[in-house]
Design a binder for this molecule. Structure first.
Ligand code: AHR
Length: 499
């Protein structure tokens, strides 16, 4: 049967906060060294940043990039990464068992963000450290001048404050793998005290408290309730992290996993609102889905890496066509809750589970997942419309009633455009799809972009960087009745732009 979506410009989910198209650079593997920074590379600029990578990052129009971790941040001394490079220590980095040379640190990252037209989202270390170091870092970063840490920044060559607005209070503090992991009460207390002093230094900042590090954590969602109980008045967002994989080679089930993301988001909203009710508060805690992606391809090879080298190739997932479809479904999940998900970071940006890959000294190219992420970031700005969607459904190993067609529409009033994002999860056949745009009057289809491939396992490589690549020959067309009709190719990601 035909799948059908009805949207109306007056029925809205919420405004898209552009920060849902954020990403993440961690001091991990070749994300920094060999990724964004490689002074010996032919394309390196005067600071050692790869301009070929910068161009690919700019193509994504990434609004915010989380830094410096991740698990890395829980053992990091931010002071190691500022001041003269020759004086910076080399450290044993315990999260990923490498040597951290500290050639790139906070100030260089802020410089890189400017070059990439993006903002930094900074994380503070609440694993081995606490309020004291976080307070010092925000003074170093955001205080104009006339105090020890702000004057040190000026001495390091940065006269103007960085004015970074978004700060994460630690990372995945519930995970036993985390340096300095904590119980919910231990974390909630230290996060609250850290939030207080950070705000006393700069009251304009926004703060993200750590939620559970995945939907499957045994303490979920008690962790969320306890942490918010202890931090409610001093934080603005709660984080969610989730990765998916197709270890069992069960693609129908793999493509259904964004349904888990939908229920994860819903449960965190419910838990936040439960604490709101308990506290008789008027304030909403919104969600920062600050790590999400497909991650499983590199798990086996990562286990074989010898410890204590600099920038080994860690977490280098080579993404397939089917991975791009899952990323597309996850983007739709984020958009469907644009009312409460205000930030999200595709983890990560370069080389490490990333849309952009590089060779040391060589090429930089787009992985399959680059495309849905780019399309959503470029065209998914505006207001999300309530997606009244009917589609045939299937059951998979872990999910029941999985719609074959997943879709959402975003109305950009400023440009007078509507963009429909749709995934056809059907692996065997194209599916007819109708979008009823009854309230939009007359319009035309600007383009119908399709990412499809005969081989679900097709990947892009340095030698063949365009094996998975979208085309703009989709068949969406306008019908007299104010509807769009199309056939969504089997296993495809679709972007239908209407004006
Ligand atoms: O993104 C890779 C890692 O995944 C991050 O360091 C950590 O926060 C998560 O477990």
């Amino acid at each position: 049967n035909k799948a059908k979506m009805i949207v109306d410009k007056d029925f809205i989910v919420g405004e898209v906060d552009k920060r849902i198209y954020g990403s993440f650079i961690e001091h991990l593997g070749r994300a920094v060294y060999g990724g964004i920074y490689e002074p010996e590379h032919p394309s390196a600029d005067e600071q050692g940043f790869r301009s070929d990578v910068l161009e690919l990052v700019k193509g994504l129009n990434v609004p915010i990039v989380r830094y410096p971790g991740g698990n890395f941040v829980s053992g990091y001394n931010w002071e190691d990464g500022v001041g003269p490079v020759a004086d910076r220590p080399r450290r044993l980095e315990l999260a990923w068992r490498t040597i951290e040379p500290n050639l790139v640190g906070f100030n260089e990252f802020v410089d890189w963000c400017k070059k990439a037209n993006t903002d930094a989202m900074m994380a503070v270390n609440l694993g081995t450290r606490g309020p004291e170091e976080a307070r010092n870092l925000i003074e170093y970063s955001n205080h104009a001048a006339g105090s020890y840490w702000s004057d040190l920044r000026i001495k390091h060559g940065y006269k103007d404050p960085h004015n970074i607005k978004t700060w994460c209070l630690g990372n995945e503090m519930d995970g036993p793998w985390q340096i300095g992991a904590k119980t919910a009460v231990e974390y909630g207390r230290v996060a609250n005290e850290t939030a207080k002093v950070m705000r006393w230094v700069d009251p304009t900042i926004e703060l993200v408290a750590c939620g559970s590090s995945a939907l499957g954590m045994p303490t979920f969602p008690d962790w969320e309730a306890t942490v918010l109980d202890l931090t409610y008045d001093n934080v603005d967002y709660l984080s969610l992290h989730q990765y998916y994989g197709n270890r069992d080679k069960d693609t129908a089930n793999f493509l259904a996993q964004s349904m888990g993301m939908d229920s994860f988001i819903q449960t965190v909203i419910s838990t936040a609102d439960y604490v709101k009710a308990k506290k008789r508060s008027k304030k909403n805690i919104n969600l920062s889905f600050d790590e999400w992606n497909v991650w499983f391809h590199s798990n086996d090879s990562d286990r074989k890496i010898e410890p204590w080298s600099i920038a080994p190739p860690q977490l280098e997932d080579v993404y397939t066509h089917e991975d791009a479809l899952v990323v597309g479904c996850m983007l739709i999940s984020l958009l469907k809750r644009a009312d409460r998900v205000k930030m999200a970071c595709l983890a990560q940006l370069v080389n490490v589970i990333a849309p952009i890959m590089t060779e040391n000294g060589g090429a930089a190219w787009k992985q399959s997942i680059y495309y849905p992420y780019m399309h959503a970031s470029l065209f998914g700005r505006g207001t999300v419309l309530v997606p009244l969607l009917k589609s045939d459904k299937y059951d998979s190993k872990d999910y029941t009633d999985v719609p074959y067609v997943e879709a959402v529409a975003v109305h950009n009033e400023e440009l007078g455009e509507v963009t429909v994002f749709a995934v056809n999860r059907d692996l065997d056949q194209a599916r007819p799809f109708e979008v009823d745009l009854r309230s939009f009057g007359s319009f035309r289809v600007i383009e119908h972009i399709v990412l499809e491939n005969d081989d679900l396992q097709a990947v892009n490589t340095a030698a063949n960087p365009d094996r998975v690549k979208p085309h703009a020959n989709g068949n969406a067309k306008l019908e007299q009745s104010g509807t769009i009709e199309t056939h969504l190719a089997k296993a495809s990601w679709n972007v239908i732009r209407i004006k």
